[in-house]
Every structure is written in C-alpha cells, then in structure tokens.
Write a protein that binds this ligand. Structure first.
Ligand code: AP5
Ligand code: MG
Length: 218
C-alpha cells in the first residue's frame, strides 16, 4: 500500500499517520519530521531547511524531493509500502514524485486529503504539544494525554512546542500552504487518486473515514 496524506498545517496529518501506521504497517515518511531531525543534528540539509522553516516558507523543491527520493529507495519501503505526510506540496514536487515512484515501481494507490477549514487551524497549532521522547502529538484542549503530564505512548513526562507553531510563523505557513493547495488537489483529482475526508471532526471519527478509504484501496 502506497499512500499520500495531504492537508494544511494542523489538519491532522501526523495524528492520523500514527493510527494508520499501527493498523496498516506502512512506512511513515514525513518531510517535516525529516527536516526537524536534520535541524537538530545540524546537518547541511538541516541548516538549509531551518532558514525556510523558521519563516514558515517551503524548503526548495530540489532539496525536498532529494530527501524523499533517497528515503523511498530504502528496503523497508520496498517491503511495506509508504505513507508520505506533507509531501508533495508543489506541482514540481508532485511531478518529481511521479518519476521517482515509476522508477522504483512503487505507484501511488491513493491520496487522502484531510479537509479542515483554515480558520480552525490556528487554534490547533497553537495548542499542540509533543512528547520529547517519542514524538507523540497532543493538544491542550482537543487531545490531552489520558494522565496529565504523562505521554500515553511511552510514559515519559517532557513535552515541547514546535518553533514554527509561534503565532508569527503560523500565519505565513498557512498562507503559503493555502496558495499551493488547490493546484495539487486538482492534480490528484484529475488522476482519479484523491479521497477527500472531513477533518473537522473528532480524531476518532476522522480516522474511521480514513480507515474505510484505505480498506477500499486494498
Ligand atoms: P510539517 O511538519 O509537515 O508541518 P505542516 O504541514 O505545517 O503540518 P503540521 O505537522 O503542523 O500539522 P499536521 O497536519 O501534522 O497536524 P497534527 O496531526 O500535528 O512541515 C514543517 C515545515 O517543513 C513546513 O512548514 C515547510 O517549511 C517544511 N516542509 C515540510 N514538507 C515540505 C515540502 N514537501 N516542501 C517544502 N517544504 C516542506 O495536528 C495538529 C494539532 O491538532 C495537534 O495538537 C493535534 O493533537 C490536534 N488535532 C489533530 N487532529 C485533530 C482533530 N480531528 N480535532 C481536533 N484536534 C486535532
Ligand atoms: Mg505533522
């Protein structure tokens, strides 16, 4: 199974990805997570990405497509399939992905677009917090840990907020992504691959819809 998860910042890509990986055992490939790892390791790609991410801009296509190409060629992806989260975000990236997946003979089975009205996203991003140890994502109102201050997944107690969730960065992130969104949706709709999901519901209800789309692709 080869999937793409699309949606504006805060739409719930990462949250749904955690459920999808548990049930369908695909390899989760989040370009945002890869850039954050590269930034904390202070690699060359990390340093380059940081200058864009800190401003809420997109990292240039050639850098982003390059890391995806490398990751998709790895053995685990060949064996279990992929779930791209946050890639592609531009038509140029979507076109590179067509080339990469056809070279690897790993065609896309479906593109799930999590649709949430833009005016709900600022609250989602500003309330997000993440486990420092395992990366599980929570929200101070909509998605709290079962025991306050303790991660449900790994039991640790330290959390952080992403730097790009600051209000001044969030606005630009949303503007940039909204502009790119429609052409990409059209791109995959024209290929008959797009499945639009209502993401403005409880996390479990969104997942029920995601799950039924994926089951229909099998
Ligand atoms: P990335 O890390 O991908 O960020 P993003 O696209 O802005 O998306 P987020 O991770 O912020 O949101 P999400 O949809 O995963 O939501 P989540 O599940 O966490 O990319 C970061 C940056 O890297 C980009 O800005 C760009 O600079 C660069 N980059 C990455 N990919 C790139 C590319 N392809 N090209 C160029 N540059 C690229 O949920 C958000 C919050 O809401 C959480 O608190 C969660 O608990 C809560 N929540 C989730 N679902 C629900 C629900 N149904 N109801 C209520 N609350 C919910
Ligand atoms: Mg995410």
């Amino acid at each position: 199974m080869n999937l793409i998860l699309m949606g504006l910042p805060g739409a719930g890509k990462g949250t749904q990805a955690e459920y999808i990986v548990d049930d369908f055992k695909v390899v989760h490939i989040s370009t945002g997570d890869m850039f954050r790892q590269a930034m904390s390791a202070e690699t060359e790609i990390g340093m380059k990405a940081k200058s864009f991410i800190d401003k809420g801009e997109l990292v240039p296509d050639e850098v982003t497509s390059g890391i995806v190409k490398e990751r998709l060629a790895q053995e685990d992806v060949k064996k279990s399939g992929y779930m791209l989260d946050g890639f592609p975000r531009t038509i140029a990236q979507a076109e590179s992905l067509e080339t990469i997946t056809s070279e690897l003979d790993q065609p896309i089975d479906g593109v799930i677009y999590i649709d949430v009205p833009a005016d709900k996203l600022v609250d989602r991003l500003s309330g997000r917090f993440i486990c420092k140890n395992c990366g599980a994502t929570y929200h101070k109102i909509f998605n709290q840990p079962k025991v306050e201050g303790t991660c449900d997944v790994c039991g640790q107690h330290e959390f952080y907020q992403r730097d790009d969730d600051k209000p001044e960065t969030v606005k630009n992130r949303l503007d940039v992504n909204i502009k790119m969104n429609t052409p990409l949706i059209d791109f995959y709709e024209n290929k008959g691959l797009l499945y639009k999901i209502d993401g403005d519901k409880d996390i479990d209800d969104v997942y029920a819809e995601v799950q039924s789309v994926i089951n229909g692709l099998k």
